[in-house]
Design a protein around this ligand. Structure first.
Ligand SMILES: [Zn+2]
Length: 133
């Protein structure tokens, strides 16, 4: 998947979630079918840190279950970068290793929020185009 379609309402929700938590990193999941996102799950960053995130395992379990019940795939893991650009950090590259997942960064470093999506396969990063639908 080199492109992903995300409803404008969900993009706005991700940005609002990230701005609400700023300067703590936000994190969450997007789920849907094929290349279209239909559902947003805000997650708790148990690290409560400004430069990394960890999902709450219990929340993660219930999201996996909910998506499965609705016949949706977890397609995207997103997190915010309160102080740095929308690029994968060294730590992101070390920790984010699911080749089937699209990783989105919501950067709040500039005046306007910036979103970029990536895929990481065999240590190679490629860009994924986000289409707002
Ligand atoms: Zn990051």
């Amino acid at each position: 998947m080199q492109e992903i379609s995300i409803p404008g309402t969900i993009i706005d929700e991700m940005i609002a979630h990230s701005e609400r938590l700023n300067p703590i990193e936000s994190c969450g999941y997007l789920a849907g079918k094929e290349t279209t996102v239909t559902k947003h799950y805000e997650m708790t960053n148990v690290d409560q840190a400004h430069d990394h995130f960890t999902f709450d395992p219990k929340e993660q379990f219930s999201v996996v279950k909910d998506a499965r019940n609705e016949g949706l795939q977890l397609q995207v893991v997103y997190h915010s970068h309160p102080e740095s650009p929308a690029r994968l950090s060294e730590e992101d590259l070390r920790l984010l290793q699911d080749p089937n997942m699209v990783y989105i960064i919501v950067s709040l470093a500039a005046e306007r929020p910036d979103l970029k999506a990536f895929r990481i396969q065999d240590g190679t990063v490629s860009s994924v185009a986000i289409t707002r639908v």
